[in-house]
Ligand binder design. Structure first.
Ligand SMILES: [Zn+2]
Length: 350
């Protein structure tokens, strides 16, 4: 467990705002090299790693990007205004540490509170600015800060709780999906499977699931799984009516862009029950995932949202549970092993 948690720390500490996923792509490419039969990238930078040479194409990937910001302007007195790349919660953005990735190198920053914040509640994200300890626009420019530079929250990894299984860091959304896909392929390589399994990762999910469209066009899968995070609502003060940490992967029926295929959900539930893998069912109240684009591959394909429950997503202090991660890997590997040409035809047929 310790070694695997070290791997997850390394993966979530990497910086990859939407459109700037290079570090995660290279990390995954290296990790897939000993496992995959071949690896390719599409024109936007999504990564596909293939295992198996015949059978239906089963795609199961997470997205490599994370929510962050981009420099919009520098004020006369040396503050950095920014725009969101993806839906970053205002309450999670305030008083946090950031890195501005400039051509001259990294510039450290904190998010200022702005005048009167304590009286008026949360400001609009557009009203916030980064404080980089500069007196003037010229000073900020001397450090290398320019309009268009990417801004990423700093990672701060912690393993909480008595058994250290409550894992906190930025970017669980969605490095955890990338990690699941990789571990599933490693497992499938050991045991064998009757499919062409495609893992890897997409780009630009947080700004509109763009890399999913190009990856689906390149791979042309028969069935696709979007491996992402789901909203755990077992937070303090909630009614705890849906998903909770530690109770297994979420099989999600619907988000704003996708209806998971019902036959595929039934199949996943059967597999989970047969193998004694805990699972939860849920509906995503807001947002869409890559499955929304995967479903349009070919003339339309069955998709399923498989989500690792996550608290405080889209903030730098998101939290997952280690057991949910392991159980998502188990479930996905068992699903792919049990899918074959006949089963896929049965699921796809109308
Ligand atoms: Zn996500």
């Amino acid at each position: 467990m310790k070694k695997e948690i070290g791997f997850l720390k390394e993966l979530t500490d990497l910086r990859a705002t939407s459109g700037n996923e290079g570090s995660v792509r290279e990390f995954l490419r290296k990790a897939y090299e000993p496992v995959a039969d071949r690896i390719e990238t599409d024109g936007l930078g999504s990564l596909a790693a293939y295992h198996g040479s015949e059978g239906p194409k089963i795609l199961a990937v997470g997205h490599m990007d994370e929510v962050g910001f981009m420099v919009r302007s520098i004020t006369k007195d040396g503050y950095v205004r920014f725009s969101r790349c993806g839906f970053f919660f205002v309450c999670g953005a305030l008083s946090q540490h950031y890195t501005i990735e400039t051509e001259k190198g990294d510039v450290d920053a904190i998010c200022s509170l702005g005048p009167g914040t304590e009286d008026k509640g949360f400001p609009q994200i557009e009203d916030l600015a980064l404080d980089i300890g500069c007196k003037s626009e010229e000073e900020a420019r001397e450090l290398g800060v320019r309009v268009g530079d990417f801004i990423v929250p700093k990672g701060h990894f912690e393993a909480l709780g008595k058994d250290g299984k409550y894992l906190v860091n930025k970017a669980w959304d969605n490095r955890i999906g990338c990690a699941v896909a990789l571990r599933v392929m490693e497992d499938l390589k050991k045991t064998g499977h009757p499919n062409i399994f495609i893992g890897g990762g997409t780009v630009q999910e947080e700004v509109g699931t763009r890399g999913a469209a190009t990856l689906a066009e390149m791979v042309r899968p028969d069935i696709a799984f979007s491996l992402d995070i789901g909203t755990a609502d077992d937070v303090c003060g909630s009614k705890k009516e849906e998903a909770a940490l530690g109770k297994g992967p979420e099989l999600t029926f619907m988000d704003n862009m996708t209806l998971s295929n019902r036959k595929l959900i039934r199949f996943a539930v059967e597999v989970a029950e047969e193998c004694g893998i805990p699972y939860q069912t849920s509906i995503m109240k807001r947002g869409g995932t890559d499955a929304g684009k995967f479903q349009f591959a070919n003339t339309g394909i069955p998709v399923l949202l498989v989500n690792v429950p996550c608290r405080y997503a889209h903030t730098p202090t998101s939290m997952i549970h280690y057991d949910d991660y392991k159980n998502t890997i188990r479930l996905m590997a068992e699903i792919v092993r049990r899918l074959d040409g006949n089963k896929v035809q049965e699921i796809c047929r109308f």
